[in-house]
Design a protein around this ligand. Structure first.
Ligand SMILES: NC(=O)c1ccc[n+]([C@@H]2O[C@H](COP(=O)([O-])OP(=O)(O)OC[C@H]3O[C@@H](n4cnc5c(N)ncnc54)[C@H](OP(=O)(O)O)[C@@H]3O)[C@@H](O)[C@H]2O)c1
Length: 359
């Protein structure tokens, strides 16, 4: 089958397009899926470049990184084995099932929940692994997945549109769940033009919360069209004044952050007493300054959000099928042009997500 395999940690040339990769066979309890489309994510880039290594202190760049040889270069507790097929956001059709998996899945269009777990012990985070990281993912003609992770979906969206959702939208929903966001909250969203940020806008509004989006000025109109109640520049010099102008008060109840970096202290100062900070990314840099007085004097709560509890992905599939959240498909590339797709993804001139398709 065709596949793009990550052969080493390094530059884009470590991604190699192959036409002779072995087609997997479904084991007991698994489904074989013919993939139609798969979305890109920063975790593909971060794993390739070794950005997760503790020696790296700067922003995600997509290029070589100082310190990537110090510590584990991948997100989990241990390095992943290479070569590896990356790609977390797969949409495809079930072609066969292994022993014990429901044959009714055959022929269904499905999304794959990227969080694989021990279904006898599904809440133990240490046992969770990620599709396209600890196991092969969706940048290929075929994949196999635990049938528990295979979610049929019936709707009018294209395969490519469906491949925009998994990683970014489930992460956004988990961030909002962790911070218990409800109607009555005002949520300040960083990186609002990106995959997670745009999903945060839609999913927070779905709950009835007011959303304030931060994004670069060139993308402001597109971000407003997603439904943000207010759109501010990426890093307003006086955030409190900007908030006052936009929503009539200079604090928010929740910051939903995927950017981090030097602007982090300003975000924290914008939280009202009792405010919640929920975070799943640090694209501008993982090392931040925190004034602990602000944290404890204002009764703040901080939430990290990566591994989802079971059930969140199924909730998300329901929202998509019912049209409660919309896809933001910025561009598609054929599988063999994944490197070009990732170059465009890293350039960040797009709004939403970029997908490869397996025509
Ligand atoms: N924990 C998890 O499970 C998980 C899951 C998904 C993503 N993530 C992480 O979350 C972050 C965002 O992911 P994503 O998929 O939403 O990314 P994305 O689609 O690439 O969007 C990120 C957005 O952040 C803004 N941005 C980029 N670099 C920036 C910088 N240096 N300073 C300020 N803003 C910057 C850009 O918007 P503007 O140009 O409009 O400013 C960009 O659109 C990444 O770090 C990713 O690794 C984590």
């Amino acid at each position: 089958m065709r596949a793009v395999v990550l052969t080493a940690h390094g530059d884009l040339d470590t991604l190699v397009y192959r036409t002779d990769w072995p087609k997997p066979a479904p084991g007991p309890g698994e489904a074989l899926i013919r993939i139609r489309a798969c979305g890109l994510n920063n975790t593909d880039v971060n794993t390739r470049t070794g950005w997760y290594a503790k020696g790296v202190t700067g922003a995600t760049t997509g290029g070589p990184l100082d310190g990537s040889d110090i510590g584990n270069p991948t997100w989990g507790d241990a390095p992943i084995s290479l070569p590896r097929i990356q790609g977390a956001d797969a949409c495809g059709f079930v072609e066969a099932v292994g022993e014990g998996a429901d044959p009714a899945l055959i022929g269904r269009r499905v999304l794959i929940d990227p969080w694989f777990r021990d279904w006898a012990d599904p809440h133990t985070l240490e046992k969770c692994t990620y599709f396209g990281s600890e196991r092969d993912g969706g940048f290929a003609d075929y994949t196999v997945a635990d049938a528990h992770n295979v979610h049929p979906i019936d709707c009018d969206l294209t395969d490519a549109e469906l491949a925009t959702f998994a990683c970014s939208s489930m992460t956004a929903e988990n961030m909002l769940n962790r911070a218990a966001v409800t109607a009555g909250d005002t949520v300040l969203i960083t990186g609002a033009s990106g995959g997670v940020g745009s999903a945060l806008i839609q999913l927070a509004r779905r709950r009835g919360a007011v959303t304030v989006a931060l994004c670069s000025e060139a993308k402001a109109a597109a971000v407003a069209a997603i439904g943000a109640d207010a759109v501010l520049p990426r890093e307003p010099a006086d955030l409190k004044a900007a908030l006052r102008g936009a929503i009539g008060r200079d604090t928010v109840t929740v910051v939903a952050d995927v950017v981090g970096g030097p602007y982090f202290p300003t975000l924290i100062e914008a939280l009202a007493r009792g405010g919640r900070y929920t975070c799943s990314g640090a694209i501008a840099g993982p090392m931040v300054q925190l004034d602990l007085r602000t944290f404890y004097l204002n009764n703040l709560a901080f939430f990290g959000a990566t591994i989802l509890p079971p059930g969140v992905f199924a909730d998300l599939v329901g929202y998509i099928a019912r049209g409660e959240i919309k896809p933001l498909l910025a561009a598609t590339y054929p599988l063999e042009r994944l490197k070009e797709a990732q170059t465009a993804f890293i350039a960040k001139r797009h709004v939403g997500n970029i997908v490869v398709t397996m025509e």
